[in-house]
Write a protein that binds this ligand. Structure first.
Ligand code: FE2
Length: 377
């Protein structure tokens, strides 16, 4: 695997955008105050900034939430004509923007659009006494967008002009959760379009395929999907899933129906101590997918020779997988949206670079039990 982030484009085009990392993930929701409150109380985020009528922003309310290097922005419309209101009407609460930090937003936008990305918003600037921020937006799957954010000439940790750090919601009391960084962000795309979207990330952004799982590898008795992981060679890792035809409705098909099209399925957040993190999250009221007891008999065989706190893993329902480079521990929350759409993954990597392929079957069987309870299997 190459670590080149900047690659030569199709002849005559500029090199792909140089991405420096995640800037933030923005969720568009019906009520930002309560969604932010939930992410603070249940997931241990701190609110670090707010924008709304009190700060001179008339059409939306936004809360910036931070933990480790993770930055989420939760926004809601204050006006029925707002695109946020329309997005929520169509999709329910969801992830609208996967924003990347760049050192040249105009160049990134021009390179991407020159390589057939869909322009959403031409480069624009926002300024205040902290300097000037340059931003630009392209579209990806569904109504999801990528914003290129250039902070080179903008001081401080403030998200952007209009955000203030006065009178923020207080941090709820609770055990330290210890989420450190965004590990990966997964998108669900239309059946038959996976290859197109892999091609989009390769061609438009110079991403490389890291792993592919065919529907034969990721299937249960009832449902199937195919998945390809693309990445920028450094830290932006984006698995993409498409549904495959199974005996019943695949979990990806259920998502596409519920969300009203393609979109972000889950956000994986990395911890250095998954047992401590999950203990804290459970204490704070987060509910996780249930894992059948039989999973651990099979897992102990699969992980033979690896010293693991099996009692803790069993007690908390943490899944474990290995690859040639090490092992990883992971767990998935229930969907955090009313529609069965978006959920979080908590992951601890001990060398392994995979995504829990060995867990897919056990995981999907657990998902299908939930789907059956909703009458969608
Ligand atoms: Fe994942």
């Amino acid at each position: 695997m190459s670590t080149t982030a900047q690659v030569a484009g199709p002849s005559g085009t500029a090199p792909a955008a140089r991405l420096l990392g995640w800037d933030c993930l923005e969720l568009w929701v019906g009520n930002a105050r309560t969604s932010a409150g939930f992410l603070m109380s249940a997931f241990g985020f701190r609110c670090t900034a707010y924008a709304g009528p009190e700060t001179g922003v008339r059409d939306k309310a936004s809360y910036v939430l931070e933990q480790g290097e993770v930055r989420l922005v939760v926004s809601a419309a204050l006006d029925p004509a707002s695109p946020i209101a329309e997005h929520v009407r169509r999709h329910g609460d969801g992830v609208h923007d996967l924003a990347w930090l760049v050192d040249d937003a105009r160049g990134a936008f021009e390179a991407a659009v020159g390589r057939v990305a869909r322009p959403v918003r031409e480069p624009w600037t926002e300024g205040d006494d902290g300097g000037e921020l340059v931003l630009a937006q392209i579209g990806t799957y569904g109504e999801t967008v990528h914003t290129f954010v250039d902070r080179t000439r903008y001081e401080g940790r403030r998200l952007e002009p209009g955000y203030e750090a006065d009178r923020l919601p207080p941090t709820p009391v609770g055990p330290e959760v210890g989420l450190r960084a965004i590990d990966h962000v997964v998108g669900n795309v239309e059946q038959g379009r996976l290859e197109d979207w892999v091609g989009f990330y390769a061609e438009v952004l110079g991403f490389e395929p890291m792993l592919h799982f065919s529907e034969d590898q990721i299937s249960t008795e009832y449902s199937a999907l195919a998945s390809t992981v693309v990445w920028d060679g450094k830290q932006i890792v984006m698995p993409l899933n498409e549904p495959a035809t199974g005996r019943r409705k695949s979990q990806i098909a259920e998502y596409l129906d519920a969300y009203g099209g393609p979109g972000v399925q889950h956000i994986a957040l990395r911890t250095d101590d998954i047992v401590a993190s999950v203990d804290a999250l459970v204490a704070r009221g987060v509910r996780f997918m249930e894992v059948p007891a039989s999973y651990y008999e099979e897992a102990e065989e699969r992980l033979a020779g690896v010293a693991l706190a099996w009692d803790d893993l069993r007690r908390l329902g943490i899944l474990v997988d290995r690859d040639s480079e090490g092992h990883l521990l992971q767990i998935f929350t229930e969907t955090v949206t009313d529609r069965p759409a978006v959920f979080f993954e908590i992951i601890e990597r001990r060398g392994a670079r995979g995504f829990g392929e060995g867990n897919f079957k056990a995981l999907f069987e657990a998902i299908e039990r939930d789907q059956a309870r909703r009458g969608n299997l």
